[in-house]
Each structure stands twice: as structure tokens, then as C-alpha cells.
Design a protein. Structure first.
Lengths: 256, 324
């Protein structure tokens, strides 16, 4: 099933066009990597796809309906965003922070019930934060905070997950665990993942599709097998990249 | 909502009733505590007149003003995402004060002074809104800076008015500026507005929790950020205008009460808004009771006492929090 479609989408920041005429369709079951150099517009594109800023041109469709015509709450039931960084505002516990993910599913006059708390606890268990449940969130380390943001997204239970550098601040094992879980979500055929990544090798390992942003308005979208190669990546990052083979024959890329 | 905190509201309700009882009992004619409540219902009680006609209206006005300021402060702290925000930070009280002082200089009566204060507050609200909105974008920082600068301009005008005012007007003007309930007889409108405001804001309390975490988080969880910000701005302005019109610029309640509660009970606005109303109201009733009794028969402006009471309590809580 098609979850998100961008048609001739333009994205601009302060009059500078970052992306011109983007056409992609994200289907349930897919896992997309969004790659590009610093300032190429990855975050701006994710915010645009999430409906948080209007596109400079073109249109966006969420499950066949124009995104701009859906109420914000409905959008948030279908589509979730992991921001690049999240701040606490005022003090709150870890469990309370995960629970805000239920917001789009609750009516104005309803409070979270036991089922919502269960969902938040399961998400916290997923990112191994169960033991810190009642800690104030501002006492967490950077990596723990990142995992809490992931847990909030999992508590939201969107069908389409947009993530802005989900592996930021995470140690190796938690990077693997987080990406493994995202891949498993996509593999169940109900969900789709689109995430900005800086590590090409994580994209090689976990993603089936990639969207490359070159920062001058041009872009390439397609399967990972097709687009992730030495020439393409060298052009993308403006630095020569070589392909090497891992011990089990996996592809990997290294800066030369 | 944290279950363990639910007893907070009943506790604050008890505090409110205790403050009310104390306020009714204390004064130039002391009323024994056990006769306070009977005198409220029983017109034949020897204390009926002083309690029903003098003390009760003044206490109810104090409660309403304290509640309005505390709720407005909690709202503005979310809107500006700044823990230092208080109801006056955007210049609303300055606009009200300039208008009220002008009315006093013109020798107008107390109804005119209140009316001018209300008009000044609304004028300032629209001025700051228009200036901050100007280019179309409306960020918390832009709003904060606009408000602070407008407030500074009002401050200069207030100083000017005080400098040129004739001697016999000065005392009244100073009392108004510090916040004073001795002339305020009107309690129905502010109390009704406080109740109505809480009722209308409650369904938005969860969205306030999200907005406090920033507009990206709030927006991606389904909050219409622009609309919510407008609602908060106008609601907080309206509540503040009502408080300032009733009692002048009583300081500190709007800053410190939401913070005491955030430190003690967390930041869930479903609990924080009603708790702020109760604690703000209680604090101001206690402060006003002290204001009219510590150096009786002379009266202090209540604003002096709110800061004297609030500052040490707040510092104590802050230290306790840091020690944890």
C-alpha cells in the first residue's frame, strides 16, 4: 500500500531552493535512507513531508489524501517524526515523556488509560529504558535521551515513521538494536520507514531504498542496490569513496 | 497524569478554605474562628456585617486576582518557553498602569480608573501582538523581545507620570503600581472569569504539555501550533487584564506560583492549571490578610507582601530540588 507520495515537490529555505521536482512514493514494507551532505536539506525535507512546513511547490499525499487537507491530529495518527533533537521544556519523567506519543490518539476530554501506559512501557522496554521509567528526563545522558525520543515515536504507533538521524548519540549496540527494530517494523508489511542517516553503511545494511539529496536542487531516488555505489556516493559527499567487501561478502563504503 | 499527585488538589482546596477562614477572622475587629462560618450565613450574628460586607468581598477579590495571575503566568511560561515569564512580561500591566495613572491624574473616580486600566491592558495586548506579528512569523523569541521592549517603554512613561504628578496624587498612584486591594470591591467578574477560563483551557491542557516541548514536537504529535499560540496569548492577556483591573499590578504571584507547583508536582498542565488557580488565590488571600493587619490600622499594598512571602518559599524549593 502506498503511504506517502510526493509529486513535483519543491523545498526551499529562506529563498534558497534545496530540492526541485521531487517525485517519490513510499510503500508499506519499505525502508528508505535519506542521504546527503550537511545543509543539503534532509531535515527540511523531513519537516515538509511531515506537514510541519508548507512545500515551496508541488503536492504531498498521505495514503491517497492530500496532506494539507487532513486535520493535524489525523496526520499524527498516521505519520510520526523523530526530530533531530528534542528538548524537555519543563521537568517530566521518562514515562510521562514516552506517553506524549499517545496524544494524537486521545480525544480532548480523555486521559491516558492503562492500555496507553502499557504501550509506553512496551516502547520503553524496546529501547531498554524500563529501569529509568520514573527518572526526570533531564537527568538522562545524550544517548538515553535519544532512545527516549525513539520510545515516544514507537508509543505514537504511526504507520509511516520519519526519522532525522535516529542513530545520533547512540552507542554501537543501541544503533543496531534501533535500526533492527525499524527494519522489523517495515518487514511486517504495515509500516514504512524513511530516515536521514549519515552512515552510508547503515543504509546499505538496513534500507532497501535510498533518496540522495545533492543540495543544488537535484536528487536521485531508487533501490539501494542500484544507487549506492562509488561514483554516486563520491558525488554526493564531494569526497572520493571506495567500496570494500566485509568478511561475509557484505558491501561497505570507506572514504578514500 | 501521575496518580500519586491527585491528592494535591484536595490539599490545595483545604489550604484555600483555611486561608479564607483566617482572612475572615483577622482584622481590626477580631472574630473568633468558630464564629466565622456561622456569621457568613446568619445575618443576626454580631459579626455578620463586617464579615459579609467588608472581609468576604475583599478576600474573594484577592482569591480571584491571585488565581488569574498564577494561571496567566503558567500559560505565558509555555507560550514563551521561558521559565522567567510572568503575566507582566509582555507589557500588559504597563499599558494598564499608564492608563490608570492618567485617570488618577485627571481626578476620575475608581470606576473610571478600572475602566482605563482595562482599556490600557487591551491596547497594550493588541500593540504587542501587532508589532510581534508584523512580518508574519511569530516566534516566541520575537514575541518576548517585542513585549519586553514595549514594557520598558511603558515603564518610562510611568516614571514620567510619577515625576510630574502633584504630591497629593502620589500615594494612590504608588499603591496602584504595587498592587492594592483596599479599594477593590469588585469580585464577581474576576472570579467568574477565572472559573470560565479554567473550564475553557482544561481541554487544551495536554496540548500545552506538548507545546512546552517545542513546536516541532507539538506539531508532529498533531497540535495546531499557530492556533494554540493565539489562544494562549489572548487567554493569558484576558486573565491578566482582569487581575490588573481589579487590584493593580500585584507582583510575583504569576511568576512564582506556577514554578512552586512545577517543582513540587511536575508540569502536567491538566493538574498545573487548577492547582495554580488554588495556590495563587490562597497566597494572595493570605498576603492581603497580612497586608491589612501587620501594621494596623495602617494598610500595606498587598504586592509588597506577595514578594516577601513568595521569594523565600521559592528559594527554599529551588535549593531542595538542587540537593536531590
Amino acid at each position: 500500500m502506498e503511504l506517502l507520495r510526493a509529486a513535483s515537490l519543491d523545498v526551499a529555505v529562506a529563498g534558497r531552493r534545496l530540492l526541485h521536482g521531487l517525485n517519490i512514493a513510499v510503500q508499506a514494507g519499505q525502508c528508505w535512507a535519506l542521504l546527503g551532505a550537511n545543509g543539503s536539506g534532509k531535515t527540511t525535507l523531513l519537516h515538509t513531508l511531515a506537514g510541519l512546513r508548507p512545500p515551496a511547490g508541488g503536492s504531498l499525499w498521505l495514503r491517497g489524501t492530500p496532506l494539507a487537507r487532513l486535520p493535524r491530529r489525523r496526520v499524527a495518527q498516521l505519520l510520526g517524526l523523530l526530530p533531530q533533537d528534542s528538548s524537555d521544556g519543563f521537568p517530566a519523567t521518562v514515562l510521562e515523556t514516552a506517553l506524549i506519543g499517545r496524544h494524537p490518539h486521545l480525544g480532548r476530554w480523555r486521559n491516558e488509560d492503562a492500555a496507553d501506559v502499557d504501550k509506553a512501557r512496551r516502547a520503553l522496554a524496546q529501547v531498554e529504558l524500563t529501569a529509568l521509567e520514573s527518572r526526570p528526563s533531564h537527568t538522562l545522558s545524550g544517548g538515553e535521551r535519544r532512545r527516549l525520543a525513539l520510545a515516544t515515536l514507537f508509543t505514537q504507533e504511526p504507520q509511516l515513521l520519519l526519522l532525522d538521524e535516529p542513530t545520533n548519540h547512540l552507542d554501537l549496540s543501541h544503533q543496531m538494536a534501533a535500526l533492527h527494530h525499524l527494519r522489523a517494523l517495515a518487514d511486517d508489511g504495515e509500516h514504512a520507514v524513511l530516515m536521514a542517516l549519515h552512515d552510508v553503511n547503515l543504509a546499505v545494511r538496513y534500507c532497501d531504498h535510498v533518496l540522495l539529496l545533492f543540495g543544488d536542487g537535484s536528487w536521485q531516488a531508487g533501490t539501494a542496490a542500484e544507487l549506492l555505489n562509488e561514483t554516486g556516493l563520491s558525488r554526493l559527499y564531494g569526497h572520493p569513496v571506495v567500496q570494500v567487501a566485509g568478511p561475509e561478502g557484505q558491501r561497505a563504503f570507506l572514504p578514500r | 497524569m501521575r496518580r500519586s499527585l491527585l491528592p494535591l488538589l484536595p490539599l490545595l482546596l483545604l489550604l484555600t478554605l483555611a486561608s479564607l477562614t483566617l482572612g475572615l477572622a483577622v482584622g481590626s475587629v477580631p472574630v473568633p474562628l468558630d464564629q466565622v462560618w456561622p456569621a457568613l450565613w446568619d445575618g443576626t450574628s454580631p459579626h455578620a456585617l463586617v464579615i459579609q460586607e467588608l472581609r468576604l468581598p475583599r478576600l474573594l477579590a484577592a482569591f480571584a486576582v491571585g488565581g488569574l495571575l498564577a494561571v496567566a503566568g503558567a500559560l505565558l511560561q509555555v507560550l514563551l518557553r521561558n521559565p522567567l515569564a510572568d503575566p507582566y512580561i509582555l507589557g500588559l500591566s504597563g499599558g494598564a498602569a499608564v492608563a490608570a495613572l492618567l485617570a488618577m491624574l485627571a481626578g476620575l473616580g475608581s470606576y473610571w480608573i478600572s475602566g482605563s486600566a482595562l482599556a490600557g491592558a487591551f491596547g497594550s495586548m493588541l500593540l504587542v501582538f501587532g508589532l510581534a506579528r508584523g512580518a508574519g512569523s511569530w516566534t516566541p523569541t520575537r514575541l518576548l523581545l517585542t513585549g519586553v521592549v514595549v514594557a520598558a517603554a511603558w515603564g518610562a512613561l510611568i516614571s514620567f507620570l510619577l515625576a510630574v504628578a502633584p504630591e497629593h496624587n502620589l500615594r494612590g498612584m504608588l499603591f496602584w503600581l504595587m498592587g492594592d486591594l483596599s479599594h477593590g470591591g469588585e469580585w464577581r467578574a474576576p472570579l467568574a472569569l477565572l472559573g470560565l477560563g479554567l473550564l475553557l483551557l482544561f481541554p487544551f491542557a495536554r496540548e500545552l504539555n506538548l507545546l512546552a516541548r517545542g513546536e516541532i514536537t507539538a506539531g508532529s504529535l498533531g497540535v495546531q501550533v499557530g492556533r494554540l499560540r493565539l489562544l494562549i496569548y489572548f487567554a493569558a492577556s484576558l486573565l491578566t487584564a482582569a487581575a490588573v483591573t481589579t487590584a493593580g499590578s500585584v507582583g510575583f504571584v504569576g511568576l512564582v506560583v506556577p514554578h512552586i507547583l512545577r517543582l513540587a508536582a511536575g508540569s502536567d498542565h491538566r493538574l498545573l492549571l487548577p492547582a495554580s488557580a488554588l495556590l495563587g488565590g490562597s497566597l494572595l488571600m493570605l498576603a492581603d490578610t497580612l497586608a491589612r493587619s501587620v501594621i494596623a490600622p495602617q494598610q500595606l499594598p498587598v504586592g509588597v507582601l506577595t514578594a516577601l512571602l513568595g521569594a523565600p518559599v521559592f528559594l527554599y524549593l529551588l535549593r531542595r530540588e538542587a540537593a536531590r
